[in-house]
Design a protein around this ligand. Structure first.
Ligand code: ZN
Length: 405
């Protein structure tokens, strides 16, 4: 769950970074791969600094030099590069009016190991590599097997990697002379069992190290796949992740490709299954009037503050902000929710304009509250009809209670 929120926040941040523009080519994008020593990075940046002193346009030159200095200052705080590498965006971001520029420095620890180096000075931030990193959100494991061979593959987004193929060496139907048919059959069964065990070991080794694995799909010709799935061969956490078993004509690598075609619809649905399921539970409690369903900003906030909320449903498309303000005239302090940060706020006591002390998105505010009270957060996209309903009918915020209030 927390990784979903992490991804969601990152997506939002990228959307904002993409909008930002420099007055000239003065915005720095720096991608530091995992394992690159900070000292190396610093010496590259010092070189870039001396190159930048030759920039002709005076303002651009100053801006680039200042941005580089800011980057180096931040880097000095690191003893070593974080385990996944580091991404830095820095520079004077243009405001609405000319001369309205503001220095911004954004540090991002990438969600996966960053393998490439990039230094770019441009009129925009280069977020593409980071975008690609979080695009691969759905990871599935594929196993295709029969008694003679098995293949394992990992599907990341649209990228399919066949990881391994193994063969059993189990002889075919032709038994050698001298053995009784029953004895031969018993040996074959034993060998099949041994082979399933091996398949299970390979699958455990490949898939257990992928914590973000969303599901496993098993295929193959004949009934071996059922024997494998029903038997005690896979680690139980992987067994729980099996989302489909399909008949395919081949085993081995070609079977993997066939399985992928068969499982297409299934894969599309899984993504939305959890949010659909929890939305349906909410709608069920609402329609039965069990008293366990709450919705709307105020009601859900109240339940959260009481520690009564079990599950918090938030629409990803909820575009609102929570503002803390203070009135300069009369000293009144309060909080309110606004649709846009450009709204002019007036003091509810005396009507004069107020000063904003703190602002955050409503989603951030609720996620924080949920964290403090132990409620599970489910971010709901608007891709399903249930998700659209959450946004339109229930104001984008709903919840299930632990107990009636
Ligand atoms: Zn006032």
């Amino acid at each position: 769950m927390s990784s979903d929120i992490g991804r969601f926040k990152l997506e939002k941040m990228i959307r904002e970074l993409k909008e930002k523009r420099g007055r000239g080519t003065e915005l720095i994008s720096l991608y530091i791969p995992a394992g690159r020593p900070i000292g190396d990075v610093m010496s590259v940046l010092r070189q870039e600094y001396s190159t930048a002193t030759n920039i002709k346009d005076r303002t651009t030159r100053h801006h680039v030099l200042e941005a580089l200095t800011a980057v180096m200052q931040r880097l000095k705080l690191f003893k070593q590069t974080p385990p996944h590498g580091l991404i830095i965006f820095a520079g004077y971001v243009a405001g609405d009016a000319p001369g309205d520029e503001k220095m911004e420095v954004h540090l991002i620890e990438p969600p996966q190991r960053l393998r490439m180096w990039l230094y770019r000075c441009d009129s925009r931030f280069h977020t593409e590599i980071l975008e690609d990193m979080i695009k691969v959100e759905d990871v599935y494991g594929l196993i295709v097997l029969d008694r003679s061979e098995a293949a394992f593959a990992v599907l990341r987004g649209k990228n399919l990697e066949v990881v391994e193929e193994i063969t059993s060496g189990i002889p075919g139907k032709h038994r050698s002379g001298g053995q009784s048919a029953r004895r031969f059959e018993r040996i074959i069964e034993q060998l099949a069992h041994e082979f399933y065990k091996r398949i299970g070991e390979h699958a455990n080794r490949i898939f257990l190290k992928i914590p973000e694995l969303k599901g496993i799909i098993v295929g193959g010709p004949g009934y071996s796949k059922e024997e494998f799935v029903e038997g005690d061969y896979l680690h139980y956490t992987l067994k729980e992740k099996i989302i489909g078993v399909f008949d395919v004509g081949y085993s081995g690598e070609s079977g993997i490709y066939e399985l992928l075609v068969r499982a297409k619809d299934l894969l599309k649905d899984v993504r939305y299954m959890k949010e659909k399921e929890v939305m349906n539970r909410f709608l069920y409690h609402l329609s039965r009037d069990t008293g366990l369903a709450v919705y709307g900003e105020n009601e859900v906030r109240k339940a959260l503050d009481m520690g009564a909320l079990d599950k918090l449903l938030l629409s990803e498309d909820l575009e609102k902000y929570r503002i803390k303000f203070k009135c300069i005239q009369c000293g009144y302090e309060g909080e309110t929710t606004v649709k846009s940060l450009d709204d002019v706020l007036r003091c509810p006591k005396c009507g004069s304009e107020v000063q904003v002390i703190e602002e955050k998105t409503l989603i951030d505010e609720f996620v924080e509250k949920a964290k403090n009270s132990g409620a599970e957060v489910i971010l709901v996209s608007s891709s399903t009809s249930e998700g659209k309903e959450l946004l339109k009918t229930f104001g984008g915020i709903a919840g299930l209670l632990r107990f009636k209030i």
